[in-house]
Design a protein around this ligand. Structure first.
Ligand code: HSE
Length: 434
């Protein structure tokens, strides 16, 4: 039997605890597939209660309250970073790589913000830096783009890559749940980030999309460069109108190479036709649809969040690194965008179809004025419905789908309309992705 590979775990929250369980319960299969015993040598967490849970599982594991002690240990070959956040995690991963330890991380914020420098450091130190769990939990999207499709030109990647947002929109659509109740349930189920604002404002998905764009297009993209909108503005009425029009509302991330070479990158809720498989990805499920020049369409779906699914991806990385180490061949992977910064299309230049919901006075001439204002900006209406609101306020709701238009034109027309007496509240826009 070859030598054992020793793992040091930094951070024993939801995913960390899942990893401890996976390494215990699947020890036989993990060691057999790695080609050597994999042993969890040390776990660090500030919270003694979490360490007590580890102690109860295996009293031989060294327990520490300082994650920075893990990279210093001689009995650790692979450091697993699951503390999250950027600053402290950055220092920790650097400390591990400087100590010539391989690293596995699930930290998409860290890699999206600092990945370029960290991958350089890993290479300089002859270390592996793996991150399958950082994007879409258990779905092997990193491996598929980096390895299986390495020979292809990727045209587009579209996906649902935030389980919390998808869970909330699904609960609102399927059970009529209130936004806050659905968010609370997602937090209790362990899908949500420590700060769920990152989930519902699209920040988490933009971190993941930056990593996808790096792998798929060789682009060095910072999350702040990606047009990003969260799901907070989605109203139950939008879900209902979308359904009646034949669409579902999903939290989407889009990365596409345009004809002129620029990249269309964006994160936002979108109307997706019921005929698209993404419309049927429900609850905390994630899905990623990849279109390649040679491979054509492919579709991956699975659990994108939660302890066991995410820990499975972390453990898979540990096995891969163990095999590299045993073969004396670390750094077999390419990680880095090679083409540096690329042009990202401004959202105003996007050509899309749109769902619009207007709150208007229910009086003669309003509809004609609305459609006239849109028509003057070259925006053509495809489908429209009007409902007179309950009560005696004399208001109505008009929901419509447009034909393709440039977003800058649509926004300008809506601003002009909302500046008149025609609407009683700001008009709501959701892009259609098909
Ligand atoms: N908070 C994330 C989600 C989990 O809801 O998808 C993993 O990134």
């Amino acid at each position: 039997m070859k030598r054992e590979i020793r793992v040091g775990l930094c951070g024993c929250g939801v995913i960390g605890e899942g990893l401890v369980t996976a390494l215990q319960q699947h020890a036989d299969v993990i060691s057999a597939r790695a080609g050597a015993p994999i042993r969890l040598a040390a776990v660090a967490d500030k919270d003694p209660a979490r360490l007590d849970i580890v102690r109860a599982q295996d009293p031989s594991i060294a327990l520490l309250d300082d994650a920075f002690e893990i990279p210093k240990r001689d009995d650790v070959d692979i450091v697993v970073e699951l503390i999250g956040g950027v600053e402290v995690a950055d220092r920790l991963v650097r400390a591990a790589l400087d100590a010539k330890k391989h690293v596995v991380t699930a930290n998409k914020a860290l890699l999206a913000e600092r990945g370029a420098a960290l991958f350089e450091l890993a290479e300089a130190n002859g270390c592996d830096l793996y991150f399958e769990a950082a994007v879409a939990g258990a779905i092997p999207v990193i491996r598929v783009i980096r390895e299986s499709l390495a020979s292809d030109h990727i045209r587009s990647v579209r996906g649902i890559i935030n389980g919390t947002s998808n869970y909330i929109l699904s609960s609102m659509a399927n059970d009529g749940a209130a936004f806050g109740d659905a968010l609370k349930a997602a937090q209790e189920a362990g899908f949500a980030e420590a700060d769920p604002t990152l989930d519902i404002t699209g920040g988490d998905a933009s971190h993941k999309l930056a990593l996808i764009a790096g792998l798929a297009f060789g682009a060095r993209v910072l999350p702040s460069e990606i047009p990003t909108e969260g799901i907070e503005q989605v109203d139950p009425r939008d879900i209902q109108y979308a359904r009646n029009f034949g669409y579902a509302i999903r939290p989407l991330a889009v990365a596409e190479r345009l004809q002129d070479g620029a990249l269309d990158l964006r994160v936002h809720p979108a109307l997706v036709p019921q005929s698209d498989p993404l419309a049927h990805v429900d609850g905390a499920l994630n899905a990623v649809a990849i279109q390649g020049a040679m491979v054509g369409p492919s579709f991956l779906s699975g659990l994108g969040a939660g302890a066991a699914p995410t820990a499975t991806s972390v453990a898979g990385d540990i096995i891969d690194i163990a095999r590299n180490s045993l073969a004396g061949a670390p750094m077999r992977r390419w990680y880095l965008p090679t083409e540096g910064a690329q042009e990202i299309q401004a959202i105003a230049d996007l050509s899309s179809r749109y769902y619009l919901r207007f709150s208007v006075q229910d009086e003669s001439g309003v509809l004609a004025a609305l459609s006239g204002a849109l028509g003057d900006s070259g925006i053509s209406i495809e489908l429209m419905v009007q409902d007179v609101d309950d009560g005696d306020g004399g208001t109505a709701t008009i929901a419509m789908l447009t034909h393709h238009a440039h977003e800058g034109d649509v926004r300008a027309a809506l601003d002009a309309i909302d500046d008149t007496h025609l609407t009683t509240a700001s008009t709501h826009l959701i892009r259609i992705v098909e």
